[in-house]
Design a protein around this ligand. Structure first.
Ligand code: FES
Ligand code: FES
Length: 157
């Protein structure tokens, strides 16, 4: 077993893991943060997207050992007493159907809006290129991202 120290959603966590475990395994099976979804396990669908030191990664193909000492954000970290702007706008735009892709999409969009507070449609689409959704049209999700960007801009002004 290997000892791992991670900061997950602002909380320091220590876990013992097997060498072959992925970050997704650790989050879901050891820390019980099941909001991060387990889809293809091949780095193709984006359902497992989390932020590692602020950048979106596919947790299913990321060796947990490589995350030692680093900062992880998952969908649970964005949910306080109320939904964040990205989550709320996705719901309002009917950008959720089965919802399996949604946590990954929310994490990708959160990272995008932090780096580019005023993205255009093309930038949002490019950011979402690694997040597959099988049941909602991407149009609603992109609309939601642009609306969330507008919310943030209004808060700042
Ligand atoms: S489950 Fe990780 S990319 Fe599909
Ligand atoms: S809402 Fe079902 S996969 Fe996206």
């Amino acid at each position: 077993m290997i000892e791992l120290k991670l900061t997950v959603n602002g909380r320091e966590e220590r876990v013992s893991i097997e060498p072959a475990e992925t970050l997704l395994d650790v989050l879901r099976n050891r820390l019980h943060l099941t909001g991060t979804k387990d889809g293809c396990r091949e780095g193709e669908c984006g359902a497992c997207t989390v932020l590692l030191d602020g950048k979106p990664i596919d947790a299913c193909i990321y060796a947990a050992q490589a995350a030692n000492g680093r900062r992880i954000e998952t969908i649970e970290g964005l949910s306080g007493e109320q939904l964040g702007s990205v989550q709320r706008r996705i719901v309002e735009a009917s950008g959720v159907q089965c919802g399996y892709c949604t946590p990954g999409i929310v994490m990708t969009l959160t990272a995008l809006l932090r780096e580019h507070p005023r993205p255009d449609r093309q930038l949002v689409r490019a950011a979402l290129s690694g997040n597959l959704c099988r049941c909602t049209g991407y149009t609603q999700i992109v609309d939601a991202a642009l609306a969330a960007a507008g919310d943030e801009a209004r808060v700042e002004s």
